[in-house]
Design a protein around this ligand. Sequence first.
Ligand SMILES: [Zn+2]
Length: 93
Amino acid sequence: MKVPDKIRTNCPSCNKHTTHNVKLNRKGKERSMNQGRRKFEAVKRGYGGMPRTPKKPCYKIGKRTVLVLECGECKKKHQKLFAARTKKTVEVG
Ligand SMILES: [Zn+2]
């Protein structure tokens, strides 16, 4: 699926329709020394390690695609859920 890289849509801060630059929302890289990771590593140490049951196979197949829209006038960003649970790959361009 292709999404145009410029969309004319409502800007919540300008409160009118303006052209927006479109980007895909990507998950950032997790820091290896964050608080939750350090706690988890501490719990996992030693005998009887794994505190959580392994994850069951999931019935949700597709992924949610979130677009990041940047307003051309005020340069503020807001997000829009583009395709809720689709298997198709979404690309901007
Ligand atoms: Zn705006």
